[in-house]
Ligand binder design. Structure first.
Ligand code: URA
Length: 241
């Protein structure tokens, strides 16, 4: 995957992106032994040799995982109470972190990466990343409440709404599929709770178009095509919004 030279240098950990730009402008950066002066210059980290002041720069390899999160794990890198975290489930030397969070007892699609830009892109409200959840409620969802949830309800003083609501099993109105663009903590539970429902069970069925095609508790690397598609799609949304 091609990457911008300033990002490549910053990702290697030797300088911030701004500092990397300074190095480029000062003529201290070479690609395959040619001085480059364009900040937008793109390199292929698998082929090109980048040097700063004559020293070879090795980029941090970015990794991207899909985890089908089981219940009983915290979506963070550490927990003060010593509870198990999603990081305990991924066997990698890279310092990965979850993209956003799922509650302790929520299952389903969680992405993990060591790429801060990727995570920021997906968490940015303007990216409009779709999240689809399956929520098991304490009682059947009434039609009037379905309409309210689609129109918008106030949670913590801010309006939130689902963009789509379906019943995946037509004979079970307690099992509801909801789609939203929101990444606020406890968003789904709070939306239902605003109308007097309790979410008994919550599963994230898909995130950014990625579905959990593996067993609960398992993980896999995202394919290069999946990563590329995500970056392309949501960078476009950011520019548009
Ligand atoms: N909304 C919630 O209420 N919980 C989650 O884990 C994710 C979204």
């Amino acid at each position: 995957m091609l990457t911008r030279i300033n990002k490549f240098i910053a990702d290697s950990g030797i300088a911030s992106r701004r500092k990397a730009e300074e190095y480029i402008q000062q003529g201290r950066v070479t690609v395959n032994d040619k001085v480059i002066d364009k900040l937008s210059f793109r390199i292929d980290p698998d082929k090109d040799v980048v040097k700063v002041d004559g020293e070879i720069i090795r980029a941090k390899r970015h990794v991207y995982y899909l985890l089908n999160k089981p219940k009983g794990f915290i979506s963070s890198t550490k927990d003060e109470k010593g509870r198990a975290t999603v990081i305990d489930l991924i066997k990698t030397k890279e310092k990965v972190f979850p993209v956003g969070r799922l509650d302790y007892n929520t299952t389903g699609v969680l992405l993990l990466t060591n790429d801060g830009d990727f995570s920021n892109l997906l968490m940015h409200p303007k990216s409009k990343v779709p999240r689809i959840y399956h929520a098991k409620l304490n009682r059947e969802l009434e039609e009037k409440d379905k309409l309210k949830l689609l129109k918008g309800v106030f949670i913590d003083g801010k309006r939130g709404k689902f963009i789509n609501i379906k019943f995946p099993k037509h004979n079970d109105k307690k099992l509801v599929e909801v789609e939203c663009y929101e990444g606020r903590n406890h968003f789904v539970k709070n939306m239902f709770s605003a109308l007097g429902y309790t979410v008994k069970n919550l599963n994230r069925y898909s995130f950014a178009g990625i579905k959990a095609d593996i067993q609960v508790g398992e993980y896999r690397k995202l394919t290069e095509a999946e990563v590329k598609n995500i970056i392309k799609m949501y960078s476009k949304n950011i520019r548009r919004n």
